[in-house]
Ligand binder design. Structure first.
Ligand SMILES: *Cc1c(COP(=O)(O)O)cnc(C)c1O
Length: 233
């Protein structure tokens, strides 16, 4: 077995264990493999090991990867999730290629994605990103704005509101982290009550996967534990 396949098994085992400790079904937690900065060969290795959901953070890098695979006719059933900060001038690259955008955080981006989503494709699945730690360096909207943006997305024909995404603070203080995750869980529950299509709480990375699953995450986004450390970001 190659290393990526082995790492995938280890991550899945962590998910099983965390779900079991939280008294949740493992089937309610999806694994997104975050392949940003990693070569196409790494994506293909994970694909060969059965992985189908992939996350990318840089629009141009991702577009090149996706287009190359499509030209090769390879890995055709990958579900692509855009998870990085999205500049408005890159929104078309994403609207034309991805299945999901998890980093939607402002009205202008909602309008652009809705206008740019090709009619021949299924509606684009959208998660609203919340800046749950309130750090100025982080993208994401405020808690107060979530319900206004959700209403806008729900009215867009070419978009489908699926849930919330957050990157909690990078801290070793588990109480701080847990408080942010509790807040996310509450907002997610409120949103799901208002919008029946909402089913996704995207939360949890390599370091905090267990804590996120303990706080209701339905999708963990894992890069390092699958593909190894990144050279940048
Ligand atoms: C890079 C990235 C991840 C993966 O982080 P790891 O710590 O490598 O697992 C998850 N979510 C987002 C939004 C990212 O940018």
């Amino acid at each position: 077995m190659n290393q990526i396949a082995e790492h995938l098994l280890q991550v899945k085992e962590r998910i099983v264990q965390a779900a079991s400790r939280a008294g949740r079904s493992r089937d309610h937690i999806q694994l997104l493999a975050v392949s940003k900065t990693k070569p196409l060969e790494a994506v293909c290795e994970a694909y060969a090991a059965g992985q189908r959901r992939f996350g990318e953070s840089y629009a141009q890098e991702a577009a090149t990867k996706i287009d190359t695979l499509r030209e090769q006719g390879a890995c055709a059933d990958i579900e692509w999730h855009f998870i990085g900060p999205l500049q408005s001038n890159k929104s078309k690259l994403v609207a034309e290629r991805f299945d999901w955008v998890q980093s939607v955080d402002r009205e202008k981006l909602i309008e652009r994605l809705n206008n740019q989503r090709p009619s021949g494709l299924a509606p684009l699945n959208v998660c609203l990103q919340i800046n749950i730690s309130g750090e100025s360096s982080k993208s994401g909207t405020s808690e107060q704005e979530i319900f206004r943006l959700a209403e806008l997305v729900s009215r867009c024909e070419r978009l489908r509101l699926r849930g919330l995404m957050a990157i909690p603070e990078h801290t070793s203080d588990e109480a701080v982290l847990a408080a942010q995750m509790v807040r996310m869980q509450t907002l997610f529950t409120e949103l799901a009550q208002q919008y029946p299509g909402v089913d996704t709480l995207s939360m949890g990375m390599t370091e905090d996967l267990e804590l996120a699953i303990g706080h209701g995450s339905t999708m963990v986004r894992i890069g390092t534990a699958i593909f190894g450390a990144r050279d940048y970001s």
